[in-house]
Every structure is written in structure tokens, then in C-alpha cells.
Design a protein around this ligand. Structure first.
Ligand code: ADP
Ligand code: MG
Length: 258
């Protein structure tokens, strides 16, 4: 069986090989060296939380992995394959690498159910009935199945973000990227989204999570990656990072938020 025949969501990674590998990745925005020699390996099933001050390049890092941004040098592989340049392979990449943003980005003129079935039918070529069954299972899993026939504006922010997670999961991604998924939410809705993410982590989803929720980082992360000024300054287990950050920037960062 070649890798292209693997069912969606399954991976090729031999044990120990990273599912996501960034090697010496560099990117500029004009004069700003926003990603500087980034080396980051994420193993299958690993949960990596990316921390760092605003402007340090966390979002750009995520967007580069999903090829929403280009980069100038270095390599990124997903499941052993280099990121595609364009075309149909790019759509497959976006399906394999799910992304959840701060702003939920649901299609306003489509129902919740349609939001979730769109990708599987269009990109994964799944039949409508199968896609709807899958969508309902996922909406149930994130606790919004009763909202299936409503439109995004009829849901709370926390519900919309859970739909966005279900929509990504419907593509059976190999890895999920979360870029500050709870930053736009009212405080009382943050936990309902973090609980879904914690459940995913426990079930073995490979995740890269940019967040300021330190409780989530402590609870769910296998590793904390600390970024500042376009560089990865530390990579540690959360208990070590929080107890004993080594860089001055990380100490300063933690002193401001804890
Ligand atoms: P973070 O997510 O850690 O806050 P970002 O990756 O969003 O950081 O941004 C890193 C730096 O790159 C910031 O200085 C930001 O202003 C700049 N930046 C981000 N996107 C662009 C862009 N499209 N064009 C120019 N500069 C950008
Ligand atoms: Mg950001």
C-alpha cells in the first residue's frame, strides 16, 4: 500500500519519526525576520503548546505549517512529505493539517451541519449521507448536536468554536493546529472549548496549540515551546518550563502572566 492509499486520518509515520518536522525554517516580512532557523519536531500523538509574547511569530509558525504563509529557506514535512507548493496537493495538506483560529471562521450563510459536511464532501469526496452521519457524530462529540440546523450567528462564541473544531476533525486530520482558540471568547465559554481540546489530546490527536491558557498547558501539553522574536528559545516539559524556565525572556514572560 502506498502512502497515497492510506485512509484519511491514518499516518505513515514509523514509530519515533516526527509527524511534523520543521528544519532550519526562515521567513521574513520585509525587514522583519519573523521565523529564525526554526527547528521543531512533533511526534505522532504529541501535544505541543507554543507560548510567547505577542509578536513573537507564533501565528506565523502555525500558518507556515499549513502553507497559509510561504517561507524562504528550510524544510517542513508532514508525515514525511514536504509541503506542496500548490494545486490539489495543497487542498489535501489543508485537510491533513486542521487549523482552528481565534476567530471561528464559520460560513455564515451555511447551517452548522453544512459547515461540517462541506469539507468531507468537497475535498474527501465523501457521499452526502456518510458526511452527515460523520458530522452529527462530531457535533455530538463537541456537544453542539442540537444546533445542527441553526446558523453560526445563532450560536454562542464557545459553541461556534466547538463547531469549528468539529469541522476540522471531519477532515480526519493528521495534526491539528490551534491558534489562540479561546482568546476571543467570554471567560465562561473558555473551558467548554478547552475541555474539547483536552479530550482530543487524551485520545491521541497530534496537536500544536498556541494559547495563553497556562492551565491547559500544564494539564494537556507534553512539551512547551517558548518563542520570542522569531526564535524558539526553550522546549521543555510543562512542569519543567513553569518551575524552571532557563531563558531571561521566558522568566520575564512568566512573571507577567502568572
Ligand atoms: P504572534 O502570533 O506571536 O503574536 P505573529 O506571527 O502574528 O506573532 O507576528 C509576528 C510578527 O510578524 C509581528 O511583528 C507581526 O506584526 C508581523 N506580521 C505578522 N503577519 C504579517 C504580515 N502579513 N505582514 C507583515 N508583518 C506581519
Ligand atoms: Mg498570534
Amino acid at each position: 500500500m502506498t502512502e497515497h492509499e492510506l485512509p484519511a486520518g491514518q499516518t505513515n509515520v514509523a514509530s519515533g519519526e516526527p509527524l511534523v518536522r520543521m528544519t532550519e525554517v526562515n521567513k521574513h516580512f520585509g525587514d522583519l525576520h519573523v521565523l529564525q532557523d526554526i527547528n521543531l519536531d512533533v511526534a505522532k500523538g504529541e501535544v505541543v503548546v507554543v507560548l510567547g509574547p505577542s509578536g513573537s511569530g507564533k501565528s506565523t509558525l502555525c500558518r507556515t505549517i499549513n502553507r497559509l504563509e510561504t517561507f524562504e529557506s528550510g524544510t517542513i514535512t508532514i508525515d514525511g512529505e514536504p509541503l506542496p507548493e500548490e494545486g490539489a496537493q495543497l487542498a489535501k495538506l489543508r485537510a491533513d493539517v486542521g487549523m482552528v483560529f481565534q476567530s471561528f471562521n464559520l460560513f455564515a450563510h451555511k447551517t452548522i451541519l453544512q459547515n461540517v459536511t462541506l469539507g468531507p464532501t468537497k475535498v474527501r469526496k465523501m457521499g452526502k449521507a456518510d458526511a452527515e452521519q460523520l458530522a452529527m457524530e462530531l457535533l455530538e462529540r463537541v456537544g453542539v448536536e442540537k444546533q445542527a440546523q441553526k446558523y453560526p450567528a445563532q450560536l454562542s462564541g464557545g459553541q461556534q468554536q466547538r463547531v469549528a473544531i468539529a469541522r476540522s476533525l471531519a477532515m480526519r486530520p493528521k495534526v491539528m493546529l490551534f491558534d489562540e482558540p479561546t482568546s476571543a471568547l467570554d471567560p465562561e465559554m473558555i473551558n467548554e472549548v478547552l475541555d474539547v481540546m483536552t479530550g482530543l489530546a487524551k485520545e491521541g490527536m497530534t496537536m500544536i496549540v498556541v494559547t495563553h491558557e497556562m492551565g491547559f498547558a500544564r494539564r494537556a501539553a507534553d512539551r512547551v515551546v517558548f518563542m520570542a522574536d522569531g526564535q524558539i528559545l526553550e522546549q521543555q516539559r510543562p512542569e519543567d518550563f513553569f518551575a524552571n524556565p532557563t531563558s531571561a525572556r521566558a522568566k520575564d514572560f512568566l512573571s507577567k502572566i502568572l
